[in-house]
Design a protein around this ligand. Structure first.
Ligand code: NAD
Length: 295
């Protein structure tokens, strides 16, 4: 079995790396936060001292970091993965970042004989813990096949979407659909409530029809119970919508709905809700209409 390096032990990276240990992989880990490294050492991993150190001791290096600048710094920066990785080794970036940056990192690594794939995930912390994430991969087919057993130790669904960058393009598509769905649900439930109909009855009446969706089933009950703990934070969705808009403008695609939801999320952030779940988009509409959606 390949020895794996894992860099970025946050909400997602911690449970994902623990699942690799459970699957029997030898693991060397690194994070800026020493207590996260110690937690993984307790679980059976080896401690690395830098991305370079981790890369020099592994055949596969996984990164799970917040955004594009962090990935560039960890992979291409001083003491970065590129300085330690052996020729033929493979870097799998599982962070949600801008696809153009995935392609840039991939081509810089390729110049050094290091392979690269982007493999962002959806599913959040509960599915990271259960090892049932959905993983969207951008890679050469042979690299994908080689790494499939590793990815399957963390995910229930692992789909090759295309060449390097395709994983993050798919993730952006996912984030548009989720954001716009939550906004539509919020607009509809605020209207129904103010027009005098109980939102729970509206939800029960429409969930089996064309308006029903995974987003509606996941978020409407939480909204009506006033549960806004994350989940997926507004701040992270803003980060993804930034990447959506930048990518759209870069390739020449106007994105009017994404831009609107982005501004709603910006308003919520200014109001101090950035740390709340993205289901709290309803708070934006509630403030406009001066009504609360609850059971
Ligand atoms: P997080 O902020 O909890 O974790 C990021 C980790 O990276 C932290 O432990 C941080 O210390 C570490 N880090 C940052 N810079 C570093 C550096 N230079 N060197 C080493 N370590 C560094 O974030 P998360 O929630 O685990 O998310 C990670 C990625 O997964 C993000 O791109 C996010 O959008 C995506 N994602 C998150 C969720 C979710 O529900 N949380 C769901 C799907 C996808």
């Amino acid at each position: 079995m390949k020895k794996i390096g894992f860099i970025g032990l946050g909400i997602m990276g911690k449970p994902m790396s623990k699942n690799l240990l459970k699957a029997g992989y030898e693991l060397i880990v690194y994070d800026l936060n020493e207590s996260s490294i110690n937690e993984l050492v307790q679980a059976g991993a080896e401690a690395g001292t830098s991305p370079k150190d981790v890369a020099s001791k592994s055949e596969v290096i996984i990164t799970m970091l917040p955004n594009s600048p962090h990935v560039k710094e960890v992979v291409l920066g001083t003491n970065g993965v590129v300085e330690g990785a052996k020729k033929g080794s493979i870097v799998i970036d599982m962070s949600s970042i801008a696809p153009l940056v995935s392609r840039e990192v991939g081509s810089k690594l390729e110049e050094k004989g290091i392979r690269f794939m982007d493999a962002p995930v959806s599913g959040g912390e509960p599915k990271a813990i259960d090892g049932t994430l959905s993983i969207m991969v951008g890679a050469k087919e042979a690299d994908f096949e080689e790494c499939l057993p590793i990815l399957k130790a963390m995910g229930a669904s692992v789909v090759l979407c295309g060449d390097v960058g395709a994983g993050n393009v798919t993730k952006l598509a996912n984030q548009i659909i989720v954001a716009v769905n939550i906004a539509a649900m919020s607009e509809a439930l605020v209207l129904a409530t103010k027009a005098g109909v109980e939102p729970e009855r509206v939800y029960q009446a429409i969930r089996g029809g064309l308006a029903g969706s995974a987003v509606l089933d996941a978020k409407a009950p939480l909204v009506m119970d006033r549960k806004f703990d994350p989940g997926f934070r507004i701040d992270l969705h803003i980060k993804d919508l930034n990447n959506v808009l930048e990518t759209g403008h870069g390739v020449g695609v106007p994105l009017p709905l994404s831009a609107s939801v982005m501004e709603m999320m910006q308003a919520l952030k200014v109001d101090g809700h950035g740390e709340k779940d993205h289901g709290s988009l309803v708070l934006f509409y509630e403030k406009l209409a001066n009504i609360i959606v609850q059971k």
